[in-house]
Design a protein. Structure first.
Length: 81
């Protein structure tokens, strides 16, 4: 059986895109354009290294974001007890 916080986190992640402000989407578009420009200058070996870096960074960020959200739920639970 899943922990109730895991269920809430899964729901938040599934519905996240619909709750983000327009400002976020604007910055994400700028980020993607900058990334595309950067990657177009990479050699094949640099591209491979960067993709490895990006996968690792994304995995670490996902773990960090999940831990932060879990702590927020735990704090809210303590506050509302």
């Amino acid at each position: 059986m899943q922990d109730y916080i895991d269920i809430l986190l899964s729901h938040l992640m599934a519905t996240r895109q619909g709750t983000l402000p327009e400002e976020y989407l604007s910055f994400k578009t700028q980020e993607q354009q900058a990334l595309n420009a950067l990657q177009s200058s990479f050699s094949d070996s640099q591209d491979t290294l960067f993709l490895s870096y990006e996968e690792t960074r994304n995995a670490a960020e996902a773990i960090s974001m999940t831990a932060f959200a879990r702590q927020a739920f735990l704090l809210a639970r303590e506050v509302y007890r």
